[in-house]
Design a protein around this ligand. Structure first.
Ligand SMILES: *Cc1c(COP(=O)(O)O)cnc(C)c1O
Length: 362
């Protein structure tokens, strides 16, 4: 089976893990500090703070910015569920804005009409690794005195107009889950230029202890381990190589599939540099099979596709129960049309040729 995602772990990660194991110091310590420093330098922010996951990175970023009951956060519904779950957990309300069908990203032209007196944050997601239009989003935020948190959980190394995502907003959030462009098993990171946000997250992730341990407030345990950080440091060195393979694989599939009737290949926006996290096609009515039939057919032929996202967040039961009745045309039609094909670094030329052949045979 050609899998939709697979982590790439080499001898370097194994050696680094063994060093941590031998050191006898497994919890958050100097290896986490090193990973944070290297990640901040890579993204181009002053600071990076490691957490236990992308979800806890987003949650702590919101808390550190003081978001809570009575606040509204503008975000897309076409994303992984946790982008919005954490907004609800703070007590704030996610306000959904439709996406652009071509980029899958939040439509900046629809943001301002959703701004109210309660709006505090715009939280765009760089879906599938293609940067959202950060120029327009930052402009809208400045004009309306709003904060910006980037969900960059799929966009390690992606750039908008030559600047890395995760460095535009007040905070950027990354995930190192096993399916992402680089992994630590589970893990997350918040990038920021704001020392105050850093101090708040350092406290919130570690039982409320301040960085000098002198004060204790209210906190969680959302720390990253030195074991995870040791993997992360090695993975970060390989990120450019990984993303280049993803790019080559994407270009191959685009080239071979672009003229297939009923399939829309993903847009390659010239303003930005993609991280090529997922290769996502749209299956339209002109294709001989439905999207779900194509998914099953690929599976029967040894190809694991992915469907991200099958159901928009605002259509999930919990949101219906909360009274959400949004009508988001592009989001809803995309969730019926999208299918993702494997492009991760372990996918070989032969695999890609097989994928193309199986689809062309239809
Ligand atoms: C993976 C992901 C998350 C959550 O990251 P975890 O590390 O799995 O908690 C959040 N948002 C998006 C867009 C993601 O892809």
């Amino acid at each position: 089976m050609i899998r939709i995602s697979e982590p790439v772990i080499g001898s370097e990660e194994k050696k680094a893990i063994n060093q941590v194991l031998d050191s006898g110091y497994l919890v958050q310590g100097k290896t986490v500090n090193t990973f944070e420093r290297k990640f901040a330098r890579f993204i181009g922010t002053k600071y990076a703070v490691a957490t236990s996951s992308g979800t806890t990175a987003l949650y702590l970023a919101l808390l550190a910015l003081g978001i809570g009951k009575g606040d509204e956060v503008i975000t897309p519904s076409f994303s992984f569920i946790s982008t919005s779950s954490v907004i609800l957990f703070t007590g704030a309300k996610p306000i959904f804005v439709d996406v652009e069908k071509e980029t899958f990203n939040i439509n900046p032209n629809l943001i301002e009409q959703k701004i109210t007196k309660k709006t505090k944050v715009i939280l765009p997601v760089h879906v599938f690794g293609l940067p959202a239009n950060m120029e327009k989003i930052i402009n809208i935020a400045q004009k309306n005195k709003l904060l910006v948190i980037e969900d960059a959980c799929q966009a390690h190394g992606a750039k908008f107009k030559n600047q890395k995502v995760g460095s535009f907003g007040n905070a950027g959030c990354f995930s190192f889950y096993a399916t992402k462009n680089i992994t630590t098993g589970e893990g997350g990171m918040v990038t920021t230029n704001n020392k105050n946000i850093v101090e708040k997250i350092i406290s919130l992730r570690n039982h409320g202890f301040s960085s000098d341990k002198k004060n204790v407030g209210l906190g969680f345990n959302f720390k990253m381990t030195d074991l995870a950080a040791a993997i992360g440091i090695e993975q970060l060195k390989k990120l450019r190589k990984f993303n280049n393979i993803r790019k080559t694989n994407t270009e191959f599939l685009n080239q071979r599939l672009k003229d297939t009737k009923g399939l829309v290949t993903p847009s390659t926006d010239v303003k930005s540099k993609h991280s090529y996290h997922l290769y996502t096609l749209r299956v339209t009515r002109d294709f001989p099979l439905s999207r779900d039939q194509l998914f099953d057919y690929l599976k029967q032929n040894g190809i694991q596709a992915g469907i991200f996202y099958n159901k928009p967040i605002h259509k999930q039961k919990i949101y219906i129960d909360l009274g959400y009745r949004d009508n988001l045309e592009a989001t809803e039609s995309l969730s019926r049309e999208v299918i993702s094909l494997p492009i991760h670094p372990k996918v070989t030329k032969k695999d890609l040729e097989k994928i193309v052949k199986v689809i062309k045979n239809i």
